[in-house]
Design a protein around this ligand. Structure first.
Ligand SMILES: NC(=O)c1ccc[n+]([C@@H]2O[C@H](COP(=O)([O-])OP(=O)(O)OC[C@H]3O[C@@H](n4cnc5c(N)ncnc54)[C@H](O)[C@@H]3O)[C@@H](O)[C@H]2O)c1
Length: 427
């Protein structure tokens, strides 16, 4: 299989490294496409041989060289590459979120329906053993019919803040965190309870990041970006790209080409996304979801509670118990599960019985072994997975449309109805 890559930033590396390493027998890297030649050079050095490189305008030539395309560009650019690749009969592997708007969801779904190509959305959270365990228990009927889900996610001031430094901070690029980030979470709920959203209501706010909040808290006159700023190294919100060789090569050395600034001040102008979100969803079979996302927490983790007619599942996860008062952590680095104070606990409560703590079988490697399982599904194809972890375009559309609808609801103050296939109702 010949793979082409479009979008050669941070995330592409997991897939490139897989094809250079453990999954090298499954295919080869045939072409790279990105507007930034410095980042392309980073990847050519990593690959260790010359591979044809193209700017976005040359994507037609990229398709001529490939059987499958891996899409890891900024979110808002996913749809155009996915549709072009599917229309050329290619397979597609696309990072979450599948896309960022209702119109793009419709375009991707139509292309996926009419073309022979296979589309995989890499929802890596499904492969995390603790999340897989929830799916297995619900599917086995451990809590009966699911009646409601409570899902509360906290991003800390390392990971959460990072969305306010770069392209994600502009809603036009990311769809806001209800799309960019919550697509993971809405997909988990859709998959756990095997149901589709029927209506969505949301409220959102920007209370911590951005220039107006900084002014209100007396943080005015901060530097526009970290580079050379007074306080760099001691201010926990300033990211020093020059301190990390990988961040320096991928972003600092590359910025003169396209003006992509990776280290903008999280308290600067230009933030158009929210940092607090509350969402209510009613599912087709009647289950209710209460969901919240906070992006400025002192610790990172989540709590998911599923209530059913026969019992209740409680999953409590601490991914990082606290963030130290300096900005030395690479926000893109994985391996949070090894951070100080990290823990996970899954408990099954059933009527009239003592609670049972479920053993979560973690494997080797990142995310409890989940990344290796995901890459195996991507490059070798899914085996007879009883949990059906590999996601196609329908799951991608379903979770994006909850986020898009939540954004619309927050803007209008009214609930938004969805059809069973995840698209929005006409009225
Ligand atoms: N599943 C996960 O846990 C996870 C983690 C990180 C990122 N991601 C996803 O991966 C994708 C990339 O994120 P990232 O962190 O690597 O971002 P990044 O900014 O590091 O890289 C994005 C790359 O896309 C390129 N690009 C920008 N506009 C483009 C266009 N029009 N055409 C082609 N290329 C373009 C940029 O030059 C850059 O090289 C996003 O969709 C993100 O949601 C997923």
């Amino acid at each position: 299989m010949r793979y082409a890559f479009v979008g050669l930033g941070h995330r592409a590396q997991m897939y490139v490294d897989a094809l250079l390493g453990e999954w090298s027998d499954t295919g080869e890297i045939a072409a790279l496409c990105d507007p930034n030649r410095t980042r392309l050079r980073y990847y050519l050095d990593r690959i260790g041989r010359e591979v044809p490189c193209f700017a976005p305008e040359g994507f037609g030539a990229v398709l001529d060289l490939a059987d499958a395309v891996v899409v890891t560009t900024v979110d808002a650019a996913h749809a155009r590459y996915v549709v072009a690749a599917l229309d050329a009969g290619k397979d597609v592997v696309v990072e979450k979120p599948l896309c960022t708007t209702a119109e793009d969801c419709a375009a991707v779904a139509e292309a996926a329906e009419r073309g022979p190509g296979r589309l995989v959305v890499t929802f890596n959270y499904r492969y995390s053993p603790r999340n897989s365990a929830v799916r297995r228990l619900v599917a086995e009927g451990a809590i009966g019919e699911v009646t409601s889900v409570h899902f509360c996610w906290a991003l800390d001031t390392v990971h959460g803040a990072d969305y306010f430094r770069r392209w994600h901070r502009d809603r036009a690029n990311s769809g806001g965190l209800l799309v960019h980030k919550s697509t993971h979470h809405f997909d988990l709920v859709n998959w756990w309870i095997a149901d589709a959203a029927a209506s969505v209501y949301a409220q959102t706010s920007l209370r911590f990041y951005g220039a107006a909040n900084a002014r209100a808290r007396g943080l005015a006159d901060r530097p526009v970006r970290a580079r050379g700023a007074p306080g760099l190294g001691t201010d926990p919100f300033l990211l020093d790209l020059s301190a990390d060789p990988r961040l320096k090569r991928l972003y600092l050395d590359a910025e003169q080409e396209d003006g992509y600034l990776r280290d903008q001040d999280v308290f600067g102008e230009g933030v158009t996304i929210d940092d607090n979100m509350a969402v209510l969803v009613r599912y087709e079979r009647g289950a209710l979801l209460t969901y919240s996302l906070n992006a400025h927490a002192p610790a990172e983790g989540y709590r998911a509670v599923l209530n059913g007619t026969a019992g209740r599942l409680e999953l409590d996860v601490v991914e990082r118990a606290w963030t130290p008062p300096h900005a030395a952590i690479d926000p893109t680095a994985s391996g949070k599960e090894h951070a100080a104070g990290a823990s996970e606990r899954l408990v099954l409560h059933r009527h009239w019985r003592e609670p049972e703590e479920i053993v979560i079988g973690n494997g080797a490697g990142a995310h409890g072994g989940g990344d290796a399982l995901l890459l195996d599904d991507v490059f070798r194809g899914p085996s007879q997975d009883p949990l059906a972890r590999q996601a196609g375009y329908r799951a991608g559309v379903a979770s994006v449309m909850i986020g898009v609808s939540a954004g619309l609801s927050a803007a209008t103050g009214a609930p938004v109805a969805l059809t069973a296939d995840g698209t929005r109702r006409a009225n």
